[in-house]
Design a protein around this ligand. Structure first.
Ligand SMILES: [Zn+2]
Length: 259
């Protein structure tokens, strides 16, 4: 059959056009999968499915699978890089800021906000064998946190007072520091942080009373804002016996070595 080099007439054939690649191309609605979805969105969907809260000072470790934190660091680094670019910083020729996005991302996820992403430290509990019911004071415990409003550092100290009951389960002294660190390594508001810590200690130890005093420098007052270098914030939570018994409260407060 002779081949004519003339334009072919369009036909109305409904037959699918064969391509060189393979079978007829059919348009199919592609079901969306998690592939290509940012990890933060995947984690967020898991949290929302459980109707859980994920405020800055919440721990979301239950929704993060092993190995995912590394990928989260990479995602944050990418977005941190965009922040640096928007700040018009030449991260290509400025050797000081070349890897800043990666460093900041790692610092947020693995260090200063790590208390959001890792599980609560395990607490060894001891039965109160000697039936201690005397006031115990633990502190000062160093606090390193950051404010939720500006992500500026909050550096301070915490004292914890516990009046155990004879039935209380006691926890080792170092565990008070580890629990405090876990709560504080999140963007926080000082008033909420001490309440969260007090709630946790009440649940764990079931004491007759628990008291917390926190004394901290807020860098959002010193580095920015009013630039008042000497301003500090001190606040306290008193629960149970510390609330009812003013002598106990006075004893606790007088024993804090605050300077
Ligand atoms: Zn602030």
């Amino acid at each position: 059959m002779a081949i004519k080099n003339t334009p072919t007439k369009k036909t109305t054939s409904a037959k699918p056009v064969k391509t060189a690649v393979g079978p007829p191309v059919k348009k199919v609605a592609v079901k969306k999968t998690d592939a290509g979805t940012p990890l933060s969105v995947v984690i967020r969907r898991r949290i929302e499915a459980q109707k859980a809260r994920f405020h800055a000072n919440d721990n979301i470790s239950a929704f993060i699978k092993p190995g995912e934190l590394e990928s989260l660091v990479d995602e944050v680094a990418g977005k941190m890089q965009a922040v640096l670019e928007s700040l018009v910083i030449d991260t290509e020729s400025d050797h000081n800021t070349k890897n800043t996005s990666q460093r900041v991302a790692k610092m947020f996820v693995k260090e200063v906000f790590n208390g959001r992403y890792v599980e609560q430290p395990t607490l060894t509990k001891f039965p109160n064998v000697s039936k201690l019911n005397e006031l115990m004071i633990i502190g000062p415990i160093t606090v390193r946190s950051a404010c939720s409003h500006h992500l500026c550092p909050i550096m301070g100290r915490i004292w914890i007072g516990v009046l155990p009951s004879k039935e209380s389960a006691l926890i080792g002294l170092s565990k008070y520091s580890r629990l405090t660190e876990w709560v504080m390594c999140r963007p926080q508001i000082q008033e909420e942080a001490v309440v969260e810590l007090a709630d946790m200690l009440e649940r764990k130890i079931k004491p007759i009373g628990v008291a917390i005093v926190m004394d901290a420098d807020h860098f959002c007052m010193q580095w920015r804002g009013v630039k008042d270098r000497d301003s500090k914030m001190v606040n306290s939570v008193m629960r149970g016996a510390f609330l009812k018994d003013s002598n106990l409260r006075r004893e606790f407060l007088s024993l804090l070595e605050r300077r």
